[in-house]
Design a protein around this ligand. Structure first.
Ligand code: GUN
Length: 294
């Protein structure tokens, strides 16, 4: 069994990005600039955004954190999005999700200029990704693909089972895994709460991607010997022994599943660190106008 060390790969890629940024700066260009809109004080969102800001510094980017209270109106957020769309000093920006219930996430996402949508959530980026055109790929699926590539996990012709059909992970990672090329060319099955014979379907997987957000629900009896298991779960479960009062729990029962695997990602330190790196990479590509030229 080989552990897929997302923390190490993420640190390597951040160094590669930082080197690229220094070349840009030496060539007279300004630093890539990522802005993040954060609404309210959700603990998870605060942590994610703080990590994004920290990663920007590590990559040599400029970052802006724009905060609003929970009671902000949708119109005020739309106004901020339009401002960022038109700010030539900002290469890309994100609206951290989830948002309070009175605000339509979809409406905000669709208001973002797709050329600055470094989260890859805008329907234009999602659509372009699904038909294999250059686009901003959303962070978690792109991070998973980078891990498979860096560890040379064979994917062509592999049975890939994706657990979960979210717009952020399940659907896009399924699209990428079935796409022509490497990593890709897999035969993909997407499972969800109504899937029949889940155990049987999973036991056929050469690559199992668990993204349903149900802690430790993938058990050893669901996993084939020699499979590659990618655990996208990051549920916070109460843990009195931790200073924070919680620990991150994956969707896979790691201790019993790991011995059966060819490759497996741990939680934390697997997919998590890669998602931020994908965002940094997209911001670099936005600053270099690599994907959209105008
Ligand atoms: N909330 C959880 N993951 C993400 C993400 O990748 N981007 C944004 N904007 N919000 C999130």
């Amino acid at each position: 069994m080989e552990l897929i060390d997302g923390k190490k790969v993420a640190a390597e890629i951040k160094q590669e990005i930082a080197a690229e940024v220094e070349k840009m700066v030496a060539g007279g260009k300004r630093r890539p600039h990522l802005a993040a809109i954060l609404v309210g004080h959700d603990g998870g969102s605060e942590t994610y955004v703080a990590n994004k800001v920290k990663s920007c510094a590590e990559c040599g980017f400029t970052s802006s954190l724009i905060r609003f209270e929970d009671d902000v109106t949708e119109d005020r957020l739309l106004e901020e999005i339009y401002r960022l769309n038109n700010d030539s000093e900002v290469d890309g920006f994100i609206v951290q999700l989830p948002l309070p219930r009175h605000i339509s996430e979809q409406k905000l996402i669709e208001a973002i200029d797709y050329r600055k949508d470094v989260d890859g959530f805008h329907p234009i980026n999602v659509g372009r990704m699904s038909i294999g055109l250059p686009c901003f790929r959303s962070a978690t699926p792109a991070g998973i693909m980078m891990l498979l590539e860096r560890y040379n996990v064979p994917t062509s012709g592999a049975n890939c089972v994706v657990l979960g059909r979210s717009n952020i992970v399940g659907k896009p990672v399924a699209a990428l895994m079935m796409q022509k090329g490497y990593p890709g060319n897999a035969t993909v099955t997407v499972c969800h709460r109504d899937t029949k014979n889940l155990k049987e379907v999973c036991s056929n997987a050469d690559i199992l991607i668990a993204a349903m957000g149900r802690p430790e629900s993938v058990t050893a009896d669901m996993v084939k010997d020699g499979a590659t298991v990618i655990d996208v779960g990051t549920t916070r479960v109460p843990d009195a022994s931790r200073k924070s009062g919680f620990r991150l729990c994956g969707d896979v029962k790691f201790d019993e599943v790991a011995p059966k695997c060819a490759f497996i990602t741990p939680v934390p330190g697997g997919v998590g660190p890669m998602t931020i790196v994908s965002l940094m990479r997209n911001t670099l590509l936005a600053a270099q106008h690599t994907i959209y030229q105008d």
